[in-house]
Design a protein around this ligand. Sequence first.
Ligand SMILES: Nc1ncnc2c1ncn2[C@@H]1O[C@H](COP(=O)(O)OP(=O)(O)OP(=O)(O)O)[C@@H](O)[C@H]1O
Ligand SMILES: [Mg+2]
Length: 373
Amino acid sequence: MKKPDNPFVLNTYHGKAYFCDREKDLSLLQDHINNGRNVVLYAWRRLGKSALVHRFFEELEDSGAYETVYVDFLSAISMEDAVRELSSAIFERFGKTKSGISASIQKLIASIGASISFDPISGVPSLSLGLNAPGHEEQSLHALGDFLSQRKKSIVVAIDEFQQVSTYNEVHAEALFRSWVQKFPDIRFIFSGSHRGMMSEMFLEKNRPFYLSAQMLPLDPIPLEKYTAFIQSHFEAKKKVISEDIIKMIFEWSRGQTYTVQLICNYLYAQCQEVKEADFHRVKRDVLEQQQAIFANFPKMLTKTQWRVFQAIAKEEPLENPLSKEFINKHQLGAASTVNTAIKSLKKQELVIEDNGVYLVHEVLLARWMAKA
Ligand SMILES: Nc1ncnc2c1ncn2[C@@H]1O[C@H](COP(=O)(O)OP(=O)(O)OP(=O)(O)O)[C@@H](O)[C@H]1O
Ligand SMILES: [Mg+2]
């Protein structure tokens, strides 16, 4: 992978050198996989679930003992989409060997009703996924599972944003996936999701197909000491300076959310030789200003009461009791029952989260922007 100009990367995984810590989570993952356990990796948004899976998969592939398939269900809004995403991930991973397309892949392609087309200029094959007519997803899944379980090496499949499955119109979507997983006990699965509530509902509610079928692995913020060492070493490598105190301020302002810490550090690294507190404040302002256009849409998406409650939570977070007289009166929110209804809806939309008994606005930058208004 190309070396990034700024070591504080903001999109995906760029290799070990730009990845901070997570040693404990990596060894937990390794232990689960080595011992034949499937895993549910879940956390609040942008803490680094996807990057961790990529980091882990790099290690598994390097070990030579495993082959990995990463698939993202974020944009898969139906069972058909989900099967399509899986098929293309498998084709991307195994389809293009040096000697062309293998017989086993050709067989797979035929059995899922897909076809291969070749780019007329580069000759690169790509999968055109008509797929079997809708309704044949179960057969296609089976063919994909068969293909994977016949590989010589152990297979680990990660399905990111897996909670999407619970929103499909097909009533049996969850059950279909569950029986698929059961049919192929040799394949290890990592189910990763950004919707903590939904992930725990899918895996911890008695009447759901996936009930207690995998090990729960919650992801917490990277510890401050680990992040401090990581940030300082990248600054020092360029003869730049950032103090522990400023890193602590960044970490607290970001609520430990990996993405926000990375974002602020990315700017400070680009702009400063020696970071001063004033630089941190300037970068915070700039970052929030850039989000202005997006954030300005929020009041339009909510009712007036919801918006006011939402804003009040941002100002008071971490908020212990949103129904207390003190909170309601201070922000003139009206009747407690109205506030209660608003909070329920905000929580359902995951705009507000309840974490360790306190209420927070899920999006850190949005919280900081609202608190200023
Ligand atoms: N351990 C890490 N060290 C450095 N940067 C990281 C680390 N983990 C994640 N990041 C960075 O933080 C950002 C968020 O990470 P990622 O997209 O993996 O989070 P996520 O939990 O999957 O988010 P989402 O909820 O949007 O799916 C990315 O910019 C990623 O590069
Ligand atoms: Mg992700």
